[in-house]
Design a protein around this ligand. Structure first.
Ligand SMILES: [Zn+2]
Ligand SMILES: [Zn+2]
Length: 126
């Protein structure tokens, strides 16, 4: 049975100091198929990522995000791979410029790059 896999949205949360409001806040990470986002639960600042390349199983995996100004984050998610169709563990690495999603089973990699930022309207309290 080789039904088409409908990509599901993955969601992760990470408690870190926000790049925008500089407070320790839950950052909500969402990844679906060819795009990803990180949204601050306090100030609403958003980073949006779009896919730049797809690598089908290789000995030279894409450069993992290392974090330029901020730490790289790592998550894992077990889900059906869009390539090998296995119910496999996927490694997710991201920093402020890049996201990698890699199937641990077949090496299928999605490389997403920062596309745009959304800064919330800042209200002055003075
Ligand atoms: Zn924030
Ligand atoms: Zn796979």
């Amino acid at each position: 049975m080789h039904a088409t896999i409908i990509p599901e949205e993955w969601q992760f949360e990470k408690e870190v100091v926000c790049f925008n409001c500089q407070t320790k806040a839950t950052q909500v990470v969402r990844i679906k198929d060819r795009q990803g986002s990180v949204i601050c639960s306090v100030c609403g600042a958003q980073r949006h990522y779009v896919i730049r390349s797809v690598i089908y199983g290789t000995d030279t995996p894409p450069m993992a995000p290392v974090g330029m100004k901020y730490d790289a984050w790592a998550f894992a998610k077990t889900s059906e791979c869009l390539n090998c169709k296995e119910h496999a563990r996927h490694s997710v690495h991201l920093d402020e410029y890049k996201m990698n999603v890699i199937c641990d089973e077949c090496g299928f990699s999605r490389v997403l790059k920062l596309d745009y930022l959304v800064f919330p309207h800042v209200l002055s309290h003075e």
